[in-house]
Design a protein around this ligand. Structure first.
Ligand SMILES: Cc1cc2nc3c(=O)[nH]c(=O)nc-3n(C[C@H](O)[C@H](O)[C@H](O)COP(=O)(O)OP(=O)(O)OC[C@H]3O[C@@H](n4cnc5c(N)ncnc54)[C@H](O)[C@@H]3O)c2cc1C
Ligand code: SF4
Length: 327
């Protein structure tokens, strides 16, 4: 049951920020995650501020400098179908196409996808766990098949978003409006690991709204993809996923981003695997090494060690696919 709250349909960004600065007000974009959380009493609120009427937060456009600006209210469907994203940033289009079901992609927004709450079943259930301000993590001794193998520290969620790893791979910047004005943050610093604060998923403070995501222009020789493995063929969150963004120059990898989903409480950069590729030709040897390095420091829980060979195999396959497309 949803407990009562007041509702503000903001007509300007200023009005939205001002409404959100009060108490524990929550943002409503597409509502696909927020309403489930309120219904299941994951949290409560005294005020919901709808930003869905703010036209300035919608749409995709190229800036004169060649950056791509994606408004936070752009729907997941619009991202998966955008010609410019499919051509230039295919990992993002592929990730968006892998999100949930067509209905949820039509209603859900990019901002909401980045700021959605974790899917840990204890957190979504009646358990007052650490992330909700309680005193323990129920996943440690419980059902942890779908929990993390990297970056767990008191809390062992996996980050639920498919689009976030692609945006990290592309070195996106997040623009945030708040009571103090606009701030711009490299997406690598947007998500909060449990080692820093176990009750927060993003750096957003009360009253702050993600307004847009900026993708930098990609140099010639850039190649990228997103691959997701899930338990069911129909809609489901990632058991394991990987966003790859490689820069190839003269047959060599000169820059690499390998970002995992379904792996850690935040989109997880596999820095060791990136290092294994940079400076090398993409061939079976370097691919195998990088795939092995990607799970180097994994710390599985009792029920999720299956993720280690799953990630290794998936990354190897996906790098092979990219190397064939370069040939
Ligand atoms: C059945 C189901 C299956 C799903 N499967 C997947 C999946 O496979 N992959 C995947 O990536 N996602 C999946 N999702 C999540 C879905 O993609 C998100 O619910 C959706 O993207 C959220 O967008 P929204 O606009 O509806 O956000 P809302 O529900 O409106 O908001 C979600 C959260 O983000 C906050 N928020 C929203 N917009 C902003 C903003 N601009 N600035 C700051 N905070 C904001 C809200 O306050 C709220 O806490 C699934 C969801 C469901 C219900
Ligand atoms: S993994 Fe995190 S969200 Fe899940 S029960 Fe443990 S503390 Fe709570």
């Amino acid at each position: 049951m949803i407990t009562g709250f007041s509702y503000l349909r903001a007509t300007s960004l200023k009005e939205a920020v001002s409404g959100l600065s009060q108490g524990n007000a929550r943002i409503h974009a597409g509502g696909t995650d927020l309403l489930g959380c309120l219904r299941d009493q994951v949290f409560s609120t005294e005020m919901v501020v709808s930003i869905s009427g703010l036209r300035e937060l919608k749409g995709i456009r190229e800036t004169p400098e060649g950056h791509l600006r994606i408004g936070s209210l752009t729907t997941i469907t619009e991202i998966s179908e955008s010609r410019i994203i499919r051509e230039r940033y295919p990992a993002l289009a592929q990730a968006a196409a892998e999100v949930a079901s067509p209905q949820l992609r039509n209603q859900g927004t990019l901002g909401g996808n980045l700021c959605q709450k974790p899917r840990c079943w204890y957190y979504r259930g009646e358990f007052h766990c650490l992330r909700k301000g309680g005193d323990r993590c129920y996943a440690i001794a419980g059902e942890n098949h779908y929990h993390c193998i990297f970056g767990g520290d008191r809390c062992y969620i996996v980050h639920p978003s498919d689009t976030a790893p692609a945006l990290v791979a592309y070195k996106a910047t997040v623009h945030i409006a708040g009571p103090a004005g606009i701030r711009k943050v490299l997406i690598d610093h947007f998500f909060v690991p449990p080692s820093k604060d176990v009750t927060k998923e993003t750096i957003l403070e009360q009253g702050e709204i993600v307004t847009e995501i900026i993708l930098p222009p990609l140099p010639r020789g850039a190649t990228s993809s997103y691959r997701k493995v899930r338990a069911r063929q129909s809609w489901d969150f990632a058991l394991a996923g990987v966003a790859l963004a490689l820069q190839m120059t003269g047959g060599h990898v000169t820059d690499a981003r390998i970002v995992l989903s379904g792996a850690a409480p935040i989109p997880w950069r596999s820095v060791d695997a990136e290092k294994a590729l940079i400076g090398n030709v993409l061939n079976p040897g370097s691919i195998k090494r990088a795939a092995a390095m990607s799970v180097n420091n994994a710390e599985p829980m009792v029920h999720n060690a299956y993720k280690i060979p799953l990630f290794r195999g998936m990354i190897e396959e996906e790098l092979e696919n990219l190397s064939h497309s370069q040939a």
